[in-house]
Structures are given as C-alpha cells and as structure tokens.
Design a protein around this ligand. Structure first.
Ligand code: 13P
Length: 259
C-alpha cells in the first residue's frame, strides 16, 4: 500500500508561445473538470512561465521549469536562477533531462549543482535518469542509473530527498514512439526504490515519487501508470494536446482509494 499521490508532468520542451500556452490551459481546464487525486504540473518554456503561472494560480495545476542555474544572480548571460523561477510561481524544476545531457553538455556534476541550487531556493527537483540504447544493450542500464543517482543525491539531506521526484526516462524511448514495456519500467523503478531504501532509508524510499517518461500516450498510459512503483509520468510530445494529456491524467490510479 502506498499513499504517494500520482504526479503527471507536462514537459513542453521548446514548444508553445505565450498565447499557445494560455490556449492550452483553457482547453485543459475545459476538458478536465476535476483532477481527482492526481497532482499535475506543466513545464512550459521560460518565456511562458510568468503568464502561465498567473493563470495556473487559479487552478489546481502547478508550474514547473525545465532547467535552473546554480548561481543566485550575476554575470551569467542566458541563465535563470532558482529565485527567479520561484518569483514567477514555480514549484518544481526538471533537472538533468537527457536532452540537456545530450545537446548542452550537462554532466552528473552539473546536475548535482543544479539540484542543490533548486533545494536552496525551495524548488522541488524532478531529477531525470536513464540509459541510452547502447547502454541498455550492453546490460549497463543499472550501472548508469546508479551512477546518476549517486551523483545527483550526493550530500543532500534526507529531509530534502523525500521531497524529490525522480523521473526514469530511458533515452531510447524519448520522442521515438518506442515505450519501455510496463515490466521494463517497473523493473528499473523498483531498483531505484531499493537503492533509495539502502542509501537513504526505507521511509524516504516510500515517499519519493518515481515517474516514467518516454513516449507516454493515452493508449499506453494505464498499463504503465498502474505499475506498483510507477508514481506518474513525465510526458513530452503527448502533453502538447490538451485532450490527449487529459486522457493520460485519467489513466493515473486513484491510489489512496484503490489500495
Ligand atoms: P516524449 O513523451 O515526447 O517521448 O518525451 C518524453 C520526455 O522527454 C519527457 O521529459
């Protein structure tokens, strides 16, 4: 039995202008009259954070950012600090997404710095971990994920870890239409929870929410989201369509009632 609230996050990546973002919000609110016991967050591009944040403040949806820099302010052209994200109403921040690792030189070290900065500024990190296809084929999935967890959670207090959200996103399943099977997802999620139990403690491991990301769609969401150690989804492409996104949210189990 678990009382972790299911959590569905829309990662819009580099999509949607401010008017697009507001139109989406209106359509989603219209489509989804009640969210049930599911927590929902939207991570728009930086440019839409403020306007969307103002609108979301009237709804149950939370605001998330897609990245954060570790310094508080200063001469860091092009960067955004946690305090600025907090200022526009963000509660969550995605850190270490594989697209950042792949295209923007993100490393386990920079992920760790961003996580510490997020916590300092009272944002909840959604830390992404996941293996590439060659790594999976070489049976290195767990070695990679364990390294990412170890580095990401290094020198973080237990009281902070329990607020964490971890997103398992197999790189080979992102934007490819190729989803991990529910068994593959559950296997890695349960290994992450065991790792948390051994390296933090059992109570912390029980509280941390572990999301799955990688080609989640309304048609595969129920199968994945009902796995015992899958506490929600980090949704890319399918989160750009309000009806599809609402249908994914409807697939999340109402855990405290059903278990
Ligand atoms: P897709 O849902 O488009 O595969 O993207 C997943 C993802 O990267 C979410 O962060």
């Amino acid at each position: 039995m678990t009382n972790r609230t299911p959590f569905i996050v829309a990662n819009w990546k580099m999509n949607f202008t401010v008017p697009d973002a507001l139109k989406f919000e209106t359509a989603l609110t219209h489509e989804l009259k009640a969210t049930g016991e599911v927590e929902i967050a939207i991570a728009p591009p930086f440019t839409a954070l403020y306007s969307l944040g103002v609108t979301l403040a009237e709804t149950p949806y939370k605001l998330a950012a897609q990245n954060v820099f570790w310094e508080e302010s200063g001469a860091y052209t092009g960067e955004i600090s946690g305090a600025f994200l907090k200022d526009v109403g963000c509660e969550y921040v995605i850190i270490g997404h594989s697209e950042r690792r792949q295209y923007f030189g993100e490393t386990d070290e920079t992920v760790s710095k961003r996580i510490r900065a997020a916590l300092r500024d009272e944002l909840v990190p959604v830390m992404c971990v996941g293996e590439t296809l060659p790594e999976r084929e070489a049976n290195k999935t767990w070695t990679i994920i364990e390294r990412q967890l170890k580095m990401g959670l290094a020198s973080i207090f237990l009281k902070d870890v329990e607020r964490f959200v971890i997103a398992y996103e197999p790189v080979w399943a992102i934007g490819t239409g190729r989803t991990a099977s529910s068994a593959q997802a559950e296997e890695v999620h349960s290994m992450i929870r065991d790792w948390l139990s051994k390296n933090c403690d059992g109570a912390t491991a029980e509280r941390v929410r572990i999301l799955y990301g990688g080609s989640v769609k309304a048609k595969n969401a129920r199968e994945i989201l009902t796995q015992p150690n899958v506490d929600g989804g980090l949704v890319g492409g399918a989160s750009l369509d309000p009806i599809e996104f609402a249908n994914i949210i409807r697939c999340a189990p109402q855990r405290s009632q059903s278990n």
